[in-house]
Design a protein around this ligand. Structure first.
Ligand SMILES: [Zn+2]
Length: 325
């Protein structure tokens, strides 16, 4: 249950900064946290990972940011000195975790986890980028998506779906987007330039339709955030030698796998969870130049976080749901 209440203002320790949060982005992770599906948490845990705001205080030894500077929080936390961190692959760090605590007026994070916010973006827009765009950029890079290839995106109107469609188009790929909402299909075509939009009723098998759209071959990359209801279709609709990305399981996490599907057709299946630290500043510069566009469905005040969660749980979104603080 979410409860809106007063808590003590946190103080930044050595190497930390305190951010006066102005907007926080809602991710599915926040719902899982609230439902206890990320493991036990102590009472008083504050959800929320993505945020934008102003630096309000800095702890001892902080030299890379100044008070009043507008920043975006990068919620990926890692040790900073292991071999994975040093080669820039922080998500592989054994201590990697995602920060929780942005549904609040103040959030304290390591000074290395704030990135200057580009002018020209609102706080709500800047808070909409983090987890979905960083995650999508990381897996499209790992999948080696190159111009002219085709990518399949399930749940294309969600935060992660929108990020995947935008980044795949920016790479010159052809996008087959899937949505359950006919009203949103046109927006996928018009605003996000999806090449093909498939309406899915939540149960039918789209494999043949997808193969027909790809000369019988299948897509190069399938991005699956839905899990049990779609994963076998993702495998079947991916071409020989292609890649299937599993990045969520909102319809369930259990699947049946026929191994011949993988080895005979030389498929790569990999899991994705956030992305490395260097991605967010690069993406912010693309937003600043207008090459990527923030898509916000609805902005709620912080005290209505429960209503914002309900909207995301219904899956009735086109882009991000944001809390203004
Ligand atoms: Zn590390």
């Amino acid at each position: 249950m979410l409860r809106y209440q007063e808590v003590a203002t946190p103080e930044p320790g050595p190497g930390q900064v305190r951010v006066r949060v102005r907007a926080a982005g809602i991710n599915h992770r926040d719902l899982w946290l609230r439902m206890g599906q990320l493991g036990a948490f102590s009472p008083g845990t504050i959800p929320g990972s993505d945020a934008a705001g102003e630096v309000d205080a800095v702890g001892p030894g902080v030299t890379n940011v100044e008070v009043k500077q507008r920043v975006v929080i990068n919620p990926g936390l890692s040790c900073g000195h292991c071999l994975d961190c040093l080669r820039g692959d922080q998500v592989s760090c054994s201590q990697f975790r995602i920060y929780d605590g942005t549904y609040a007026e103040y959030a304290v994070v390591p000074a290395t986890n704030v990135v200057p916010m580009p002018s020209g973006l609102t706080f709500a827009e800047a808070a909409s980028i983090g987890i979905p765009f960083v995650t999508a950029e990381e897996y499209l890079t790992r999948a080696n998506l190159v111009p002219g290839q085709t990518v399949l995106v399930w749940a294309a109107t969600g935060g992660l779906g929108v990020a995947t469609v935008e980044l795949a188009k920016l790479r010159g790929a052809r996008v087959i987007a899937v949505t359950r909402d006919s009203g949103k299909a046109e927006r996928l075509r018009q605003e996000l330039r999806a090449d093909e939009v498939l309406l899915w009723d939540g149960s039918s098998d789209l494999t043949e339709t997808i193969r027909n759209l790809t000369n019988g071959q299948g897509v190069d990359v399938a991005v699956d955030s839905l899990g049990s209801k779609t994963f076998s279709q993702s495998l079947a609709a991916t071409r020989r030698g292609g890649a299937v990305v599993t990045v969520g399981s909102t319809t369930g996490g259990q699947v049946t796998l026929e191994l011949g599907q993988l080895f005979r057709r030389r498929l790569t299946v990999f899991g994705a969870y956030m992305g490395s630290t260097a991605i967010l500043p690069r993406l912010l510069s693309l937003f600043a130049r207008g090459l990527l566009v923030p898509i916000i469905d609805h902005v709620y005040p912080l005290e209505q976080a429960d209503q914002a969660h309900e909207q995301l749980e219904r899956g009735d979104v086109f882009g991000k749901v944001i809390l203004e603080v």
